[in-house]
Design a protein around this ligand. Structure first.
Ligand SMILES: Nc1ncnc2c1ncn2[C@@H]1O[C@H](COP(=O)(O)OP(=O)(O)OP(=O)(O)O)[C@@H](O)[C@H]1O
Ligand SMILES: [Mg+2]
Length: 296
C-alpha cells in the first residue's frame, strides 16, 4: 500500500472529508513532531501541573497553536523552547485565561480553564506569578509599592505584615536597597529582579517567566537563572521558563518542551533532549545553520 492510499484509508476511517493532498501536506509538516511520550501515560492531576490537550488557536487565517499537546510537570523547572513568533507568549496567555482556545482544553491542576466562570478564573489566576518580558513594573510606583501591589490587591494582610514580606522578597533577589527607587532608575537586570520579587510575593504555586533573558547580557542572564534556581529550591512550586537561550536551558532546565509550528516537537529531560536524534531538536539546541528551521 502506498503512503497516499494509506492516508486515504485513514481519511475514510476517520470519516474526514479532506483531500488526500492536504493530508499528505499535513503529515509532512509534522513528520518531525514526536510529541511527548509520557503525556499519554499520566492521568490528569497525577504528574502534570498544567496540561494542554489538542489546543487549536488561529488568528485570522494563521494557525498559531495547531493541535498542541503539552504537559508541564508539577514541582519542576520546565523550559518551553521555540523559535521566535512560534506562539510561546500566546501559549502563556492561554494558561491564565487571557486568551481562549478555538478548540481543545487547558487544565490547571485538573481544572479546565476555558470552562471557568469569571470569578473562578480570577481565583485560578492567583495560583500564578508571572514575570513578563520587560518586568512590567508600574512606572508611577516605587519598587516597594510595585512588589506590595499583589498583596494589597489580593490579601487582607496588614501594612506591617506586607512590609515584612516585601522586604524579605526584595532582599532575596538582591534588591534590599532599592525600596524607594522608581522603575526608570533601574537597569534592565534590576527591573527583572524586582519583577521576580513581585511574581513571588504571593507565594504562587506556578511561576511563569516569559523570556527572562531578553535585554540582558549573558552574565546577567546567568545570574538571573541562578536566582531562579535558588528561589525554586527554597520555595518549591512549578516554574515555567519561556526562552530561546540555550545557556539557560543548560543551567536550569529540568524538563524541556520544544515548540514549533504550534505543536511539541519533542519533550523530555535535559539529558533526553541533548541526546535527541530529532533533526529539529538537534539544530535548535546546537544552533546549527543546517536543518529544518530556516528564516521563513
Ligand atoms: N492577539 C493577537 N492577534 C493576532 N495575532 C497575534 C496575537 N497575539 C499573537 N499573535 C501572533 O501570533 C504569533 C505568535 O506570537 P507570540 O508572541 O506568541 O510568539 P513568541 O513565540 O512568543 O515569539 P518571541 O520569541 O518573538 O517572543 C505571531 O505571529 C503574532 O503576531
Ligand atoms: Mg514571546
Amino acid at each position: 500500500m502506498t503512503e497516499q492510499s494509506l492516508l486515504q484509508d485513514a481519511n475514510t476511517t476517520l470519516g474526514l472529508d479532506m483531500p488526500t493532498s492536504q493530508l499528505l501536506d499535513h503529515a509532512n509538516e509534522y513528520s518531525l513532531h514526536q510529541g511527548q511520550d509520557r503525556f499519554q501515560e499520566a492521568r490528569p492531576g497525577d504528574f502534570w501541573s498544567i496540561e494542554c490537550v489538542d489546543v487549536y488557536k488561529t488568528f485570522g487565517s494563521r494557525p498559531i497553536l495547531n493541535g498542541l499537546n503539552l504537559g508541564i510537570p508539577e514541582g519542576m523547572i520546565s523550559i518551553v523552547l521555540g523559535p521566535s513568533g512560534t506562539g510561546k507568549s500566546v501559549l502563556i496567555k492561554h494558561l491564565i485565561g487571557l486568551l481562549f482556545p478555538d478548540a481543545g482544553d487547558i487544565l490547571v491542576h485538573g481544572d479546565s480553564v476555558p470552562r471557568l466562570t469569571t470569578s473562578q478564573l480570577l481565583e485560578m489566576r492567583r495560583k500564578f506569578g508571572i514575570l513578563f518580558q520587560d518586568g512590567a513594573l508600574f512606572g508611577s510606583m516605587n519598587i516597594f509599592d510595585n512588589v506590595a501591589f499583589p498583596l494589597r490587591q489580593n490579601t487582607d494582610l496588614s501594612e506591617a505584615q506586607i512590609s515584612d514580606v516585601v522586604n524579605q522578597r526584595l532582599h532575596e533577589v538582591g534588591m534590599g536597597h532599592a525600596n524607594e527607587l522608581m522603575p526608570n532608575e533601574l537597569s534592565g537586570g534590576m527591573r527583572k529582579r524586582a519583577g521576580f520579587a513581585r511574581a513571588l510575593v504571593t507565594e504562587p504555586e506556578i511561576v511563569v517567566f516569559d523570556e527572562p533573558d531578553s535585554g540582558l547580557d549573558p552574565v546577567r542572564t546567568a545570574l538571573l537563572c541562578e536566582l531562579i534556581k535558588q528561589m525554586h529550591a527554597q520555595h518549591g512550586g512549578t516554574y515555567i521558563v519561556i526562552t530561546h537561550d540555550i545557556a539557560s536551558l543548560h543551567q536550569i532546565g529540568q524538563y524541556i518542551s520544544v515548540l514549533w509550528k504550534g505543536r511539541i516537537v519533542q519533550a523530555g529531560s535535559r539529558q533526553d533532549m541533548f541526546s535527541s536524534d530529532n533533526p529539529f531538536v538537534r539544530q535548535f539546541l546546537n544552533r546549527r545553520l543546517e536543518g529544518p528551521l530556516g528564516m521563513d
